[in-house]
Design a protein. Structure first.
Length: 477
């Protein structure tokens, strides 16, 4: 546990997951706020403006924290993963550069226009700024996912044997990587789910206290519908992503089900719950759905799914069979990820998202009439808020740990990507420092978000002509 590779993986995993807490809320909330502001511009109803202002404050606090924590990610490639950066930086750096030059510039520009343009721009022009800001977050997500997709399914490159590195030869292939094309909608819809449950939780907190009932009921129904629509999008895109994952990383799909022997048809079943022997190689009890794994992996009910044992033999022969296989053959010769992590992460990802969607569906039914509800109903709505975010986090745990032992699938193993001159104690010190600092930032972030949510909507002031006065809003931000 105290070797440099393991510590470097822990550090990158913890800092990345911490940063990703803010990413889905930024992506989803900017989009939903843009819809709210569009409704306000079209209808002129004050409650929609109040919703924009309330959730706009939550968005801005979250956006600022996301920027701060995201900066650390780039430094880690040089700190702990210099071999990876040296070998793959020509390809991996291209979409990240596009993210900085295009997406972040778009976000940085229009977030300023949106904050300070309330009383300086016409309504429709100002509305464009929030849509541009939202699209900027989407562009940012796509370019980063394209970089990650290269690690899952490396395309658009050649190996320069003389220079000992991978070099970009087709940027279009990298940007249009089929993994990225499906990871993107999957991530966006999951982000919409998280933003929607935050809106629902905020509305539930105020409705529990009978505060701002008209505006909060509209917020509640808006969030409930957005969560359900987001879940449907997550399901459809996730299914297509699973098929592509099976084609590009068959070991990850086998590990997701802990299936050791190849199976097809009814035997390619999906276990909702399973108990196994301590080594994880034999099943003691499971609750299974026949054909479902075949459908998830192939899109058909009579397809085949390769097992871990067959894939291990195949990969060992392919990647460890030549004297030039230094970067592609793990030291222990094992191509299997940690099975219990991938197995349960896959199920927690599905289960948490499904639970959040079910709560929203029930919520729409029981709130269809304006009647008093018991406090426990509102408490369930409040505590459901983090479920989509947790589903996204365990989903990324599955995505990244399921790729092991590769840092770039089929090209470089994780142990070959670590910085050779960084001792384990140095990584441990930085890991502890990051954990302490990020823990403190998490407390600050949570308190600021809760404070903004509990403060509720602002009063809308109008001049003698009935126009909304926005002069005080920028100072609030």
């Amino acid at each position: 546990m105290l070797d440099a590779v393991t510590l470097a993986r822990w550090q990158f995993g913890l800092t990345t997951l911490y940063h990703f807490i803010f990413v889905p809320l930024t992506i989803g909330l900017s989009f939903l706020i843009a819809i709210m502001q569009t409704i306000w511009v079209r209808t002129g109803k004050d409650k929609w403006l109040q919703m924009v202002r309330l959730f706009g404050k939550i968005f801005l606090v979250n956006f600022a924290m996301g920027v701060v924590t995201g900066i650390v990610q780039e430094f880690q490639f040089g700190m702990n993963w210099s071999n990876y950066s040296r070998f793959n930086g020509d390809i991996f750096g291209a979409p990240l550069a596009m993210e900085g030059l295009i997406a972040f510039f778009l976000e940085a520009t229009f977030i300023g226009v949106w904050i300070f343009g309330w009383d300086k721009l016409p309504k429709k022009i100002h509305l464009i700024s929030i849509w541009c800001l939202s699209m900027g977050t989407w562009f940012s997500a796509y370019f980063i996912l394209a970089a990650n997709a290269f690690m899952q399914n490396p395309v658009g490159f050649t190996i320069n044997e003389e220079r000992g590195r991978a070099e970009l030869d087709n940027f279009i292939d990298v940007v249009l990587n089929p993994v990225a094309l499906l990871q993107f909608p999957h991530t966006v819809f999951a982000s919409i789910m998280f933003a929607a449950t935050v809106i629902v939780a905020t509305a539930a907190w105020h409705l529990k206290r009978n505060q701002h009932t008209e505006m909060m009921r509209s917020s509640l129904k808006f969030g409930l519908w957005a969560n359900i629509i987001g879940f449907l999008g997550v399901g459809f895109s996730g299914h297509e992503l699973g098929i592509v994952m099976t084609e590009t990383q068959p070991m990850k799909m086998a590990a997701a089900e802990a299936i050791y022997e190849s199976a097809s048809g009814a035997d390619a079943s999906f276990s909702i719950f399973s108990l196994g022997t301590p080594d994880g190689m034999h099943e003691v009890f499971s609750l299974r759905i026949p054909y479902l794994l075949s459908f998830l992996a192939n899109g058909t009910f009579d397809g085949s799914v390769e097992g871990i044992n067959d894939l291990q033999t195949e990969f060992a022969a392919h990647y460890c069979g030549s004297p030039d296989s230094l970067l592609t053959c793990p030291a222990d010769g094992q191509f299997t990820p940690i099975i219990w992590v991938t197995y349960w992460a896959f199920r927690w990802m599905i289960g948490l998202g499904l639970f959040a969607a079910m709560v929203s569906a029930v919520g729409l039914w029981i709130t269809r009439k304006d009647r008093k509800l018991p406090n426990w109903v509102w408490n369930v709505a409040i505590w459901t808020a983090p479920m989509p975010m947790l589903a996204s986090l365990v989903g990324w745990v599955f995505t990244e740990m399921g790729r092991q032992p590769w840092i770039v699938f089929g090209v470089m193993t994780t142990e070959q990507g670590v910085s050779p001159g960084v001792p384990a104690w140095a990584v441990l010190v930085s890991l502890i420092a990051f954990t302490v600092v990020y823990g403190a930032l998490a407390v600050v972030e949570f308190k600021l978000l809760v404070k903004a949510a509990q403060a509720g909507p602002e009063e809308i002031n109008k001049n003698d002509d009935g126009e909304v006065e926005h002069s005080s809003f920028a100072t609030v931000y």
